[in-house]
Design a protein. Structure first.
Length: 174
């Protein structure tokens, strides 16, 4: 998770949203936070950590700032990532989570719900942070391949802060 944080903060620096000093400071704070997270507890995404704890934005401000940063990171990303404002309206894939408990745990710890799945052929994961979504998709894809012997198509999406929180609560109760 610390790698996602570092990459997120470096990308924000490159797109002009963080100064080099702020990048270093928030990276150190996030690394310290990640090292102190109790085993089995979900990690707060690096983007949320920056906006809520680093910049201390109010709930309403955080929503708007996060959306701006998310879209900036999507433009910077080398991976094709779609932004979905309706991610919270998808079904919770309970059967998939039950069939793959390790994947359910990965999704919960990274706060990256699977918002669409078709058996073992493809899945779509979402986050407020495109880099976290991409990392989660790779980990999940490798886990499915290890379980069933073939790699599924994996899609990463982002969504806004409120949709993401709602989806995480529905999927993981967090």
């Amino acid at each position: 998770m610390s790698h996602c944080g570092e990459y997120t903060y470096q990308a924000l620096n490159k797109v002009g949203k963080l100064s080099p000093e702020d990048t270093s400071r928030i990276s150190q704070q996030y690394l310290k936070y990640v090292s102190q997270v109790e085993k089995g507890k979900p990690f707060e995404d690096a983007l949320c950590f920056l906006v809520i704890h680093g910049w201390k934005k109010s709930e309403i401000e955080a929503r708007d700032v996060m959306l701006e940063l998310t879209k900036g990171l999507i433009r910077y990303s080398k991976t094709k990532i779609t932004h979905l404002s309706f991610a919270q309206q998808t079904e919770t894939p309970l059967d998939f989570y039950n069939n793959f408990p390790a994947i359910s745990e990965i999704c919960r710890l990274l706060s990256c719900p699977i918002i669409q799945v078709n058996e073992k052929d493809f899945f779509m994961v979402t986050s407020v942070n495109p880099f976290t979504a991409t990392a989660a998709a790779r980990i999940i894809s490798n886990e499915v391949e290890a379980e069933v012997g073939r790699k599924p198509f994996a899609f990463s999406t982002t969504t806004d802060l409120n949709s993401w929180r709602y989806a995480c609560e529905r999927h993981f109760g967090t």
